[in-house]
Design a protein around this ligand. Structure first.
Ligand code: IPE
Ligand code: IPE
Ligand code: MG
Length: 251
């Protein structure tokens, strides 16, 4: 929908109808490239600039958090050259984004297992996280070497260790205790899960946290995801009736 010059974007969706937390499965980089006769890595490169644009758009819309699926724990099955390229791209992105992260007051967090990520990438990531620590704007959560099942395994191990040390009784374990031991501890669950490139699956992303997320899938590949698509997703979300197991709100 075109806006008059002085109308803020998405003015038709009041802030309280917007998702506070959007999780995104950024899929279809390879297909986007292959359809254009380009190598898959060109799609990843283009995808990185879309990350930049979408992050700024979300921050400008007053979204509280975005969680981006950058690399799954299953993506290591890909050819070594592709993984190597993704690592270098990630490192470059993390360095290049510092200026924009600070200008937009973003707080960066990494979700995933640190092992297997090269030290030189982790060092830059840690530097960016540290730099953004006292910012107070939107959370930019980067899921890197992330798997939802692995996250539950890690949380279970941490809880079992506390039980063994006598710090926790098994019957005191609640949903809140488990949430508090996930990589997302302290963060609210996603309201909206966006997936690009048409696949109707969650691919091991935030299995615990998306229990009541609204799902929105587009056929557009991630490199084609733009402001119009983001607004479409948020409008779709705003029109949903979230019941959380209760009855429709007839008010
Ligand atoms: C998403 O695009 C990026 C990552 C998984 C790292 P893909 O690389 O999965 O692209 P398709 O799905 O093969 O098109
Ligand atoms: C999900 O995409 C992971 C990321 C976007 C990082 P995949 O391309 O790995 O998912 P599948 O294999 O199609 O389920
Ligand atoms: Mg894919």
């Amino acid at each position: 929908m075109a806006n008059a010059p002085d109308t803020p974007p998405l003015a038709d969706v009041p802030p309280e109808r917007r998702p506070a937390h959007i999780a995104m499965i950024m899929d279809g980089n390879g297909r986007w490239a292959q359809r254009r006769g380009l190598p898959r890595v060109e799609g990843h490169q283009r995808g990185a600039s879309v990350v930049r644009e979408v992050t700024e758009l979300c921050s400008d819309l007053g979204i509280g958090q975005i969680t981006l699926y950058c690399l799954s724990s299953e993506n290591w099955k890909r050819p070594a050259e592709e993984i190597e390229f993704l690592m270098l791209l990630l490192k470059q992105y993390i360095i290049d984004e510092r200026e924009s992260i600070m200008r937009n007051n973003l707080r960066v967090r990494m979700l995933g297992r640190r092992e297997a990520i090269p030290d030189h990438v982790l060092a830059e990531l840690d530097k960016t996280i540290e730099m953004s620590r006292s910012n107070s704007g939107m959370w930019l959560n980067l899921a890197i070497n992330y798997g939802g099942r692995g996250e539950l395994v890690d949380a279970t191990r941490a809880l079992a260790a506390k039980v063994r040390q006598g710090l926790l009784e098994p019957e005191d374990i609640t949903e809140e205790t488990i949430s508090g031991h996930l990589y997302t501890a302290g963060l609210a669950d996603p309201d909206l899960l966006v997936r690009t490139a048409g696949e109707m699956r969650v691919s091991n992303f935030l299995l615990w946290q998306i229990s009541y997320a609204e799902i929105w899938v587009t056929d557009r590949c991630w490199p084609e995801f733009d402001e119009e698509a983001l607004h479409e997703a948020i409008r779709a979300y705003a029109s949903r009736d979230r019941r959380f197991g209760g009855l429709p709100d007839l008010a």
